[in-house]
Write a protein of this length. Structure first.
Length: 177
């Protein structure tokens, strides 16, 4: 574990019909520590059926390099959020049970402000949307890792809802003409 943790971040709780989520800036350096891509997998079972897991497309290295160049440029800007689902383990995709590892949220008494606690650098935040933006930092100048990225964090969002949110966001994007 490195010296960044536990990390306390101030932000806002946003309430929408799909559910409540927390928004705040988090540095790319921290996100690369704690977030992961939950890639779509299909495993064939002995009975011939399939177990399907994850929701993310494979990373496209060419796209990551292009984004890395953009990140290193003086015009780099990402005003849209990286969407995360807190408290899911990378190794098995299950919700984290150990309280000392779980991300926490303390909502202030008088309003939408709150404090997010990230206790360790354990990879407990699958990326619902924004994996290429985040992993593009692997191809950027080192000083770019301190760039803040707007993040929207859902807590304990079940896997089917993570996949639904990803599919909905990506199915409704339109090219600028």
């Amino acid at each position: 574990m490195n010296g960044h943790y536990p990390l306390l971040l101030r932000g806002l709780v946003v309430s929408q019909p799909f559910g409540d989520f927390f928004v705040a800036p988090i540095s790319a350096r921290i996100l690369l520590d704690v977030a992961y891509s939950d890639r779509l997998t299909a495993e064939r079972r002995p009975d011939g059926s399939y177990h399907v897991g994850g929701s993310q497309r494979p990373l496209a290295e060419r796209r990551l390099k292009e984004i890395g160049q953009f990140i290193s440029s003086p015009t780099a800007s990402f005003p849209n959020s990286i969407i995360l689902a807190a408290n899911y383990r990378a190794d098995d995709g299950l919700i984290e049970e150990q309280e000392e590892l779980k991300w926490g949220l303390a909502i202030d008494e008088n309003g939408p402000t709150a404090t997010l606690t990230i206790p360790t650098n354990a990879k407990l935040a699958p990326i619902i949307d924004g994996q290429h933006r985040l992993f593009g930092f692997s191809y950027a100048a080192q000083e770019a890792l301190d760039m803040s990225l707007l993040c929207a964090v859902f807590f304990d969002l079940p896997k089917p809802y993570q996949a639904f949110l990803f599919a909905t966001i990506n199915a409704n994007q339109r090219a600028v003409k």
